[in-house]
Structures are given as C-alpha cells and as structure tokens.
Design a protein around this ligand. Structure first.
Ligand SMILES: [Zn+2]
Length: 133
C-alpha cells in the first residue's frame, strides 16, 4: 500500500497496454520485449535479464488459470458438439482426441496468459510496478 509511489516522474512515463500484453503473451519482459519473462514453465523472473525491470511485483495468482479455462472451454465445448453431431465418432476415440486437445491447448496457453496478465499489471502500475526500481 505505501509503496504505490505515484511520483510525477513515474506517472508521466507512458506504458501502453497492448504492446505490454503482446510482449507478455510472447513470454517476454513487458518493458523491453527482449528478456524472457519466465525462468521455468510458470515461474516469473525477479528481474528482466536484459533491461533489469523488476518483475517480482506481479500478482497473477489465479488469473491465468481462469483465463485458460475460459478460452479452452469456449473453444472445445462447441467443437465437441460439432464433432459429435457431424461425425459421430467412436466415444473412446472422441474422448481421447478431446482430452489430448484440451490438455495440450491448456499447457500452451497457461504460461502465455500468465505473461499477458503480468503485462497488464506492469502497464497499469499495479502491485508495486509503478514504484521506482
Ligand atoms: Zn526487460
């Protein structure tokens, strides 16, 4: 709470939201777009290895998991219906294909959506991202 240092200097620095979100989705630092954001599958680095931006302020929490479920569910549920109505595959074949598809898409999206959430938090100066480094 006390570290929300919205000094005139920090507040005047422009942080556009869309580039930060796109850099985060590419798992890059939202500040420079060069350094990698994650040091393992989902662990966010403390600092960007290229520009030194502090990244430990992020509070992504359950946001990326929620967004992953939202996207995967809204893609896979209609596909499940279309595949069943159009092709009537063997239930075991269909269950196998959709289980692999859901898990694969979730594993693909989860770190990218985490980067996106960190990018939003950085651009909006949330949770200490607005404080001087
Ligand atoms: Zn950086």
């Amino acid at each position: 709470m006390t570290e929300q240092a919205n000094t005139p200097q920090a507040a005047s620095e422009d942080r556009p939201m869309k580039p930060a979100m796109w850099r985060g989705f590419r798992r890059r630092c939202p500040n420079c777009g060069e350094g990698s954001l994650l040091e393992s599958y989902l662990k966010v680095r403390d600092h960007c290895p290229v520009c030194g931006q502090a990244l430990h302020h992020h509070r992504a929490d359950d946001g990326p998991a929620y967004l992953t479920i939202l996207v995967v569910g809204h893609l896979m549920a209609p596909l499940l219906h279309i595949a069943f109505v159009q092709y009537r595959p063997d239930p075991l074949v269909m269950a196998t294909i959709f289980a692999v598809g859901c898990v694969g898409l979730s594993l693909y999206l989860l770190p990218r959506l985490k980067g996106l959430v960190v990018g939003i938090q950085w651009a909006r100066r949330m949770h200490g991202f607005g404080a001087a480094p």
